[in-house]
Design a protein around this ligand. Structure first.
Ligand code: NHR
Ligand code: GAR
Length: 219
């Protein structure tokens, strides 16, 4: 049984999707053992508590600096002895010390087709640039922000009349598909790094890449 801790900062829809996937056996032999937020008002905390998952708050603002905050957060996490730590809309940049501590067992989902649009405001920037394809990426977290080895990506089209909210919703639907997939692969021990790139053992990866959102979306 692999133990998973999830870190959130807000709404927690990816976390909720992972809880549901866990309940439905989609994560294979894994249990989500705790959810932590750096914000006490994160909506996702209430969802997790309602699902009977232990929750905790480690407020970054209560600490004098990033490292003090991260030490408190790591102690809280490590009390649950996780095999995997999952960032799900977690909005604090993590320093090298924290990332190294969880080397090879820290995942993030980012709302762009990395390596384009790292950082914040990805949907607004994609619209401004006029790109036709956008999407999301699950990657291993490394000290270099949004540049860790990529596990899986899903693409969506950008339509002429899109605004940020419409585009974000289209991307989010794909996030909810690919995050449980990546977590299951991790739990099954199928992810390996070959020359800094991720290999997924025994997966028809092409099947996971194409996201025909236009076919599924109601006009
Ligand atoms: N930390 C490291 N070292 N590497 C990554 O790849 C990380 C990370 C921490 C978070 C998520 C990330 C994203 O997917 C993530 C990946 C927050 C910011 C940010 O600028 C940027 C990227 C991500 C998360 N945060 C501000 C900060 O000063 C605060 C913003 C806020 O609180 O709203 O930390 O995009
Ligand atoms: C998601 O779109 C996630 O990719 C993004 O924030 C949203 C969180 O939604 N993450 C980041 O931007 C990380 N910087 P959720 O709380 O409903 O899962």
């Amino acid at each position: 049984m692999k133990r998973i801790v999830i870190l959130i900062s807000g709404r927690g829809s990816n976390m909720a999707r992972l809880l549901e996937a866990s309940r439905q056996g989609e994560l294979n032999d894994a249990a989500i053992v705790a959810v932590f937020s750096n914000r006490a008002d994160a909506e996702g905390l209430r969802i997790a508590a309602q699902a009977g998952i232990p929750t905790g708050v480690v407020e970054h603002r209560a600490y004098s600096g990033r490292e003090a905050f991260e030490q408190a957060l790591a102690s809280a996490i490590d009390a649950y002895a996780p095999d995997l730590v999952v960032l799900a809309g977690f909005m604090r940049i993590l320093t090298e010390g924290f990332v190294r501590h969880y080397d090879g067992r820290l995942l993030n989902i980012h709302p762009s087709l990395l390596p384009v649009f790292p950082g914040l405001d990805t949907h607004r920037r994609a619209l401004l640039e006029g790109v036709r394809l956008h999407g999301c990426t699950v990657h291993f977290v490394t000290p270099s922000l949004d540049h860790g080895p990529i596990i899986v990506q899903a693409a969506v089209p950008i339509l002429d009349d899109d605004d940020e909210a419409r585009l974000a919703a289209r991307v989010l639907a794909e996030e909810h598909r690919i995050y449980p997939l990546a977590v299951r692969w991790f739990v099954e021990g199928r992810l390996t790094l070959v020359e800094g790139r991720v290999r997924v053992a025994g997966e028809q990866i092409e099947a996971a890449l194409i996201a025909p959102a236009l076919l599924r979306e109601k006009p």
